[in-house]
Design a protein around this ligand. Structure first.
Ligand SMILES: Nc1ncnc2c1ncn2[C@@H]1O[C@H](COP(=O)(O)OP(=O)(O)OP(=O)(O)O)[C@@H](O)[C@H]1O
Ligand SMILES: [Mg+2]
Length: 233
């Protein structure tokens, strides 16, 4: 089987067939968390992010919203090197994207070229109108063994508003700053010898966009834990 044939099968598979193609769980589903599964068919690889396995009613409501957010961002960023391509939305609960052969940053601990590329990847992403908003979580920034960075997990993203939406675009710009500060933190943490004085300052800076994103995230988690553990299932 060629890679193209394998990919065509992944893209045509229904849920039952997809479960047979899973070869590794990056993340097991649980509570309101999705399953993140590596799919393989012959030499072809892809990643499924899926809320379809959860039985809690709250995850069934929240899941489609989060998958929609992720798919919208991937579509908007299509074609940028370092962002997985959106391959297919299987239904309201799941999305299949390109597999990128990379590991979380903290595991690889790459050098200066990777940081320079990550900087230009952030610029391209922001220029397309997407702020990631969860780059302080190091598992969302991956890097391959040729020092090419990748960004995954766009559920927390904020998108730029229309041309005249001045207030929203001001807010969007603050979230872009929060992304860059997260990159400074990554450098201070994993490559302190590369960090400048400005990086150290930015790494410490936890402006309201960062606090807001974190606050909303932990509030949603607490709230959903309450309902998912006690809800009717
Ligand atoms: N397209 C991809 N290619 C390769 N690996 C991926 C891809 N998408 C996700 N992963 C791997 O799966 C992990 C979890 O994915 P993701 O961050 O989207 O889910 P999550 O629910 O936020 O999990 P976590 O809380 O661990 O970050 C990532 O840290 C990464 O190692
Ligand atoms: Mg993540």
């Amino acid at each position: 089987m060629t890679e193209a044939e394998g990919l065509a099968r992944i893209l045509a598979a229904d849920r039952r067939e997809l479960s047979g193609l899973g070869v590794h769980h990056f993340r097991k589903p649980g509570g309101t968390e999705p399953a993140v599964v590596l799919l393989a068919c012959g030499p072809a690889r892809a990643v499924l992010k899926d809320y379809g396995g959860q039985r809690g009613w709250f995850a069934r409501v929240l899941g489609p919203l989060l998958i929609r957010r992720e798919a919208q961002a991937l579509r908007q960023l299509q074609g940028i090197r370092g962002i997985p391509a959106l391959l297919r939305r299987i239904d309201r609960y799941g999305v299949i994207m390109e597999y990128v052969p990379a590991q979380p940053w903290k595991r690889v601990q790459p050098g200066a070229p990777a940081f320079e590329r990550l900087d230009s990847l952030l610029r391209s992403m922001h220029a397309r109108g997407v702020a990631h908003c969860d780059l302080r979580s190091p598992s969302n920034i991956l890097v391959d063994d040729r020092e090419q960075p990748y960004i995954v997990d766009f559920v927390a993203r904020v998108r730029r508003g229309g041309r005249w939406n001045v207030v929203w675009n001001w807010i969007f710009a603050r979230f872009c700053v929060a992304d860059r500060n997260a990159m400074a933190k990554l450098k201070v943490r994993f490559a302190p010898e590369l960090a400048t004085a400005a990086d150290r300052l930015h790494a410490r800076h936890r402006g309201w966009p960062t606090r807001f994103a974190r606050g909303v995230g932990s509030r949603i988690r607490d709230f959903t834990r309450l309902f998912v553990s006690r809800g009717p299932g």
